[in-house]
Design a protein around this ligand. Structure first.
Ligand SMILES: Cc1cc2nc3c(=O)[nH]c(=O)nc-3n(C[C@H](O)[C@H](O)[C@H](O)COP(=O)(O)OP(=O)(O)OC[C@H]3O[C@@H](n4cnc5c(N)ncnc54)[C@H](O)[C@@H]3O)c2cc1C
Length: 283
C-alpha cells in the first residue's frame, strides 16, 4: 500500500494551511476531507479579522483556499475518517472509502457540534457505528437505527436500507428528509440515550425506547476520543502542546479541535505549526 509522509484529516483553514506548508516542505501529503472544504467557513457572512482579506465572505475565502490548493496540486480525498490507529512506525486511517497509511497524521477536523448521545461513546464498536460503508455487512437482514445529524447522511441511510431489513431513521437536522425507500421509517424524535440490552441495542428519546440490532450515529465529524484510541482529550478538544503535538508520537492536531477561541486565523496558524512539527518529526 502507498504510504504518505503526512495525512491531514480536515479541510477547514487548519487542514488547508497544514497541507500547504507540508507540500512546500516537499512531503508526500494526503489531504482528507470535504471537496467543498468546510461548511463552517462557507457559512460566515462576512469575516473582518482575516489579515489581508477585509470584509471577505466565507464563501470567497473558501474559494481562495481551494484555488491555492489547486495551484499547489494538492488534491482532496473526499471521504470521512472513522478511525486512526497508531501501528508503531506508521498510522492506519480507516475511512468510509479505502484504508490509508501515513508516517504521521495531523487532525484538523474542527470541533464536533453538540454533545454525544448519553451512552454512545462506551458502545462504539460494540453496537454503535460511525461508518455505514464499513459496518453495513454486519447488519445484513437485520434492523438498524440511523441517527443522522446532517441531511447529507440520508444517502448513508439509503445505502443501509439495501442491506438491512428495516432502517429507523432519526433526522436530527432542520428540514424534512427526502423521499426514502419503503423499508426506511422516519422517526422525528431526538435521540437522548443509547444502551445495550443483551444482544439488542436500545435508542431512547423523550417519547420512547426503540430496540434494534445496531445504531449508526452519523455526523460530519467524529469525537476525537472515538477517532483515535488512547488520545488525550479535554472535553471536546484534543490536548496539544505549543508545537501541536498530541500525547501520541507522530500525531498532531490543529484548529478548533484543540480548543477556543474558534477562529479562522488561529486555525490557519496552528495548521502551519502542526505541519512544521510533523516535518521535524519525520526528519
Ligand atoms: C456562521 C459562522 C461564522 C463564523 N465567523 C467567523 C469570523 O468572522 N471570524 C473567525 O475568525 N471565525 C469565524 N467562525 C469560526 C470558524 O469558522 C472556525 O474557527 C474555523 O472554520 C475552524 O477551522 P478548522 O479548520 O479548525 O475546522 P473546520 O472549518 O470546522 O473544518 C473541519 C473540516 O474537517 C472535516 N472533517 C471533520 N471530521 C472529519 C473526518 N472524520 N474525516 C474527514 N474530514 C473530517 C469537515 O468536513 C471540515 O471540512 C465562524 C463560524 C461560523 C459557524
Amino acid at each position: 500500500m502507498e504510504r504518505y509522509d503526512i495525512a491531514i484529516v480536515g479541510t477547514g483553514p487548519a487542514g488547508v494551511s497544514a497541507a500547504i506548508s507540508a507540500k512546500i516542505r516537499n512531503k508526500k501529503v494526503l489531504l482528507i476531507g470535504d471537496k467543498d472544504l468546510s461548511k463552517k467557513m462557507r457559512q460566515a457572512h462576512e469575516i473582518s479579522n482575516y489579515p489581508g482579506f477585509p470584509k471577505v465572505k466565507g464563501e470567497d475565502l473558501a474559494h481562495a483556499m481551494a484555488e491555492h490548493l489547486a495551484q499547489m496540486e494538492i488534491a482532496i480525498t473526499n471521504v470521512k475518517v472513522v478511525n486512526i490507529y497508531a501501528m508503531g512506525k506508521y498510522f492506519s486511517l480507516q475511512t468510509t472509502g479505502e484504508t490509508f497509511e501515513a508516517l504521521s497524521v495531523i487532525i484538523a477536523t474542527g470541533v464536533m457540534p453538540g454533545k454525544m448521545i448519553d451512552g454512545e461513546e462506551g458502545l462504539v464498536g460494540s453496537g454503535v457505528s460511525y461508518c455505514a460503508t464499513c459496518d453495513a455487512p454486519l447488519y445484513r437482514g437485520k434492523d438498524v437505527i440511523v441517527a443522522a445529524y446532517g441531511k447529507e447522511e440520508e444517502k448513508e441511510a439509503v445505502f443501509l436500507s439495501e442491506v438491512a431489513r428495516e432502517v429507523a431513521f432519526f433526522p436530527v437536522y432542520n428540514g424534512d428528509p427526502s423521499e426514502m425507500p419503503g423499508n426506511v421509517r422516519v422517526v422525528r424524535e431526538v435521540p437522548t440515550g443509547i444502551r445495550r440490552e443483551g444482544p439488542k441495542m436500545v435508542l431512547e428519546t423523550a417519547q420512547g425506547s426503540y430496540e434494534t440490532d445496531g445504531i449508526f450515529v452519523l455526523r460530519e465529524s467524529v469525537s476525537p476520543g472515538a477517532l483515535v484510541p488512547g488520545l488525550a482529550t479535554e472535553g471536546p478538544h484534543i490536548t496539544v502542546d505549543r508545537q501541536m503535538r498530541t500525547n501520541i508520537k507522530g500525531l498532531f492536531a490543529c484548529g478548533d479541535i484543540t480548543g477556543r477561541p474558534y477562529q479562522y486565523i488561529r486555525a490557519a496558524g496552528e495548521g502551519n505549526v502542526a505541519a512544521l512539527s510533523a516535518v521535524e518529526y519525520l526528519s
